[in-house]
Design a protein around this ligand. Structure first.
Ligand SMILES: Nc1nc2c(c(=O)[nH]1)N[C@H]1C(S)=C(S)[C@@H](COP(=O)(O)O)O[C@H]1N2
Ligand SMILES: [Mo]
Length: 502
C-alpha cells in the first residue's frame, strides 16, 4: 500500500471528494452544518496573527475568498483521501464491495465527527460511496469497461450530481434567515408588551434624517441601513440562534451564577440609543464605521445581580461563534445588550438575537451572539489580542473624507463623517493647501447619546489642484494626532488627505 496512487485513482477520488462536498451542500446549504464551515473555522483560527494582520491591511475583504477556497480544497481533499483509501483496499483485497463500503462509511464518519451532524453527514457518505464504486468497478471486470470511458461517464455523472445538488438547494432553501423582522414579531411577543412606545425608533430615525447635512456627494446618512452597516466576523458562517432558546449566563468570579432568557431580558427596562461602531482593523479613511439606533437592556443591573467578586475588575465575554474578548467591568457597566437595530430585531449577521454594545470602545468589544459573561481573577487575552491587536480600549479620533464633488456653481464640496467615541466631536477643520491654513467645516447637529458620529461638509472655490486635509477635535478639546500609523495593532491614526482638482 505504499505506492503512490495512480492517475486513475486520483481522478475518481477527486470526483468522490467533489460530489461529497456538493452532497453536503445539498442537505445543509451555506450554513454552519455545511462540511466546509467547521473546516473554515479551523483554518481561520490556525492562521498566524501576523498573516491575518497583513491580510486585513493589504488584501481587505477579498482575503475571505482565500480562506474559503482553501477550506473547500481541504474538504474535497479529505474526502478524496478517503476515496483513495477505499479504492486501494478494493484492489488489494480484490473485493470492491469492501473498499467501496469502507470509503462510504469513512466519509460519513469523518463528516459526522467534523460537523457533529450524523444524519446530514449521509449527504456526504452516499455520493462518496457511489463515486468510489464507479472507480472500483474495473477491479472486478477490467476488460469490459475501459478506464477512459468509465472516467468520462463518472465525470459526467459527477457534473450532473453537482448541478442537481445546487439546483435542489435553490429549490428547497428557505430565504428567511433569522433576524431583521419587526420587533413586535419576535417570538413570544414579549417585546411588544414592553415596547412602551414602538414609535420611538421611527422618531429617532426621523431625527437622524433631520440632523443630516445636505450633502451633494455620496456620503452615508447619520443612521446606516442594514445593507450599509459594515460587517466583521471571525467566522464565514454565522451562528444560527433563536430567541426561543437563547440565554446568557454570568459566570466565573461571581457570588451567584445567573442566567437570563430572551423573554426575561426584553421584559426589563428598555433603552434606545444611537451608537456608532468602528473596527480597529479598518484603514484610516476606511468605511468600517457605522451608526444605528439600537434597542436593548442595560448591563449594569444584570451584573449587580450576579455580584462580581474577581480581582482584576475584568470580564471575558463569550459568543456562539467561539469569539471571546476581555476588557474592564467598568466599560461593561456602561454597555447594553442590544436586541433591536433600526426598529427591527438584529439581523443575523449583526448578532441575532442579542449583542453587546460598549460605548466608545473599538468594534471588537461589541460581542455578537453573546452567550456568557465570565468574571475573571486576572486579565487574559481575547481572540484578537491573542493575534497581537490592542483593540479593546477607547477608539481613536478620526475625520473621514468620503466625497469630493464639483457643484453646479463650480465650487467644490468635500464631506465625510467624524467620530471620537464618548469624547464626542467638537470641531472639524479643513485645509485646502496641504495643511498650511485651516477653516472650520459645517457639522451636523449632534444626535442624543454619548457615542455618536457627526457629519461634516466644507465648500470652497477651487484654483487648480488642491491638497485637501481634514482633522477633528474631540469634545475634550484634543486635536486628532497628525502622525500616521497603520491599523495594526491599535487602530490607524493621522489626518486624511486627498488631492482634489477644480
Ligand atoms: N461573536 C462575535 N462578535 C464580534 C465579532 C465576531 O467576529 N464574533 N467581531 C467583532 C468586531 S472585530 C467588530 S469590528 C464588530 C463588528 O460588528 P458588525 O459586524 O455588527 O458591524 O463586531 C465584533 N463582535
Ligand atoms: Mo473589528
Amino acid at each position: 500500500m505504499t505506492t503512490a496512487p495512480s492517475r486513475e485513482e486520483v481522478v475518481f477520488a477527486a470526483l468522490a471528494g467533489l460530489t461529497g462536498v456538493a452532497g453536503s451542500y445539498a442537505v445543509t446549504g451555506y450554513s454552519r452544518e455545511f462540511l466546509v464551515a467547521p473546516i473554515d473555522d479551523a483554518v481561520v483560527r490556525a492562521t498566524p496573527g501576523p498573516i491575518v494582520a497583513w491580510m486585513i491591511q493589504n488584501v481587505g475583504e477579498r482575503a475571505h475568498l482565500l480562506h474559503i477556497a482553501l477550506s473547500f480544497a481541504i474538504a474535497v481533499g479529505l474526502l478524496a483521501g478517503v476515496a483513495v483509501l477505499g479504492l486501494r483496499v478494493a484492489r488489494r483485497l480484490d473485493r470492491p464491495a469492501v473498499g467501496v463500503g469502507l470509503a462510504g462509511v469513512a466519509a460519513w464518519g469523518l463528516t459526522a465527527s467534523i460537523t457533529a451532524e450524523p444524519l446530514l453527514a449521509l449527504g456526504v457518505g452516499v455520493p462518496v460511496l457511489a463515486f468510489t464504486a464507479l472507480g472500483a468497478t474495473p477491479v472486478a471486470a477490467p476488460e469490459h469497461d475501459p478506464s477512459r470511458r468509465r472516467a468520462l461517464v463518472s465525470g459526467v455523472s459527477a457534473l450532473a450530481f453537482l448541478a442537481t445538488a445546487f439546483g435542489f438547494r435553490r429549490l428547497t432553501a428557505d430565504d428567511d434567515t433569522a433576524g431583521g423582522e419587526p420587533l413586535e414579531e419576535i417570538e413570544g411577543g414579549s417585546v411588544s408588551e414592553t415596547t412602551d412606545d414602538g414609535d420611538e425608533d421611527t422618531t429617532m430615525m426621523e431625527q437622524a434624517e433631520a440632523n443630516a447635512l445636505d450633502i451633494e456627494g455620496d456620503v452615508p446618512g447619520l443612521v446606516s441601513t442594514f445593507d450599509e452597516f459594515y460587517n466583521v466576523d471571525i467566522a464565514e458562517f454565522d451562528p444560527e440562534l433563536s430567541p426561543d432558546d437563547w440565554s446568557m449566563t454570568v459566570t466565573g468570579e461571581v457570588g451567584d451564577d445567573t442566567t437570563i432568557t430572551f423573554d426575561e431580558l426584553t421584559q426589563m427596562p428598555t433603552e434606545r440609543r444611537f451608537v456608532t461602531l468602528r473596527c480597529v482593523g479598518e484603514d484610516l479613511n476606511g468605511e468600517k464605521l457605522d451608526t444605528a439606533v439600537w434597542t436593548g437592556t442595560p448591563i449594569e443591573p444584570l451584573l449587580e445581580e450576579a455580584d462580581p467578586e474577581g480581582e482584576c475588575g475584568c470580564a471575558m465575554l463569550h459568543a456562539a461563534d467561539d469569539y471571546f474578548v476581555q476588557f474592564p467591568i467598568e466599560a461593561l457597566e456602561d454597555g447594553f445588550l442590544a436586541w433591536g437595530m433600526n426598529g427591527r430585531s438584529l439581523p443575523q449577521s449583526h448578532g441575532y438575537p442579542v449583542r453587546v454594545l460598549i460605548p466608545g470602545h473599538w468594534g471588537e468589544t461589541n460581542v455578537k451572539w453573546l452567550q456568557e459573561i465570565e468574571l475573571l481573577n486576572e486579565e487574559m487575552d481575547g481572540y484578537w489580542e491573542q493575534r497581537g491587536w490592542h483593540g479593546t480600549g477607547p477608539v481613536n479620533t478620526v475625520a473621514k473624507l468620503w466625497s469630493d464633488t464639483v457643484l453646479d456653481d463650480g465650487t467644490i464640496e468635500v464631506a465625510g463623517h467624524a467620530y471620537a467615541g464618548t469624547r464626542g466631536i467638537e470641531r472639524v477643520e479643513v485645509s485646502t493647501d496641504g495643511g498650511d491654513s485651516w477653516e472650520d467645516a459645517e457639522l451636523s447637529e449632534p444626535l442624543p447619546g454619548d457615542d455618536v458620529w457627526r457629519q461634516w461638509r466644507y465648500v470652497f472655490d477651487p484654483d487648480g489642484s488642491h491638497e485637501v486635509v481634514v482633522r477633528a477635535t474631540d469634545g475634550e478639546g484634543e486635536l486628532q494626532p497628525e502622525e500616521r500609523s497603520e491599523a495594526f495593532p491599535s487602530g490607524a491614526t493621522g489626518w486624511v488627505s486627498r488631492t482634489v482638482n477644480g
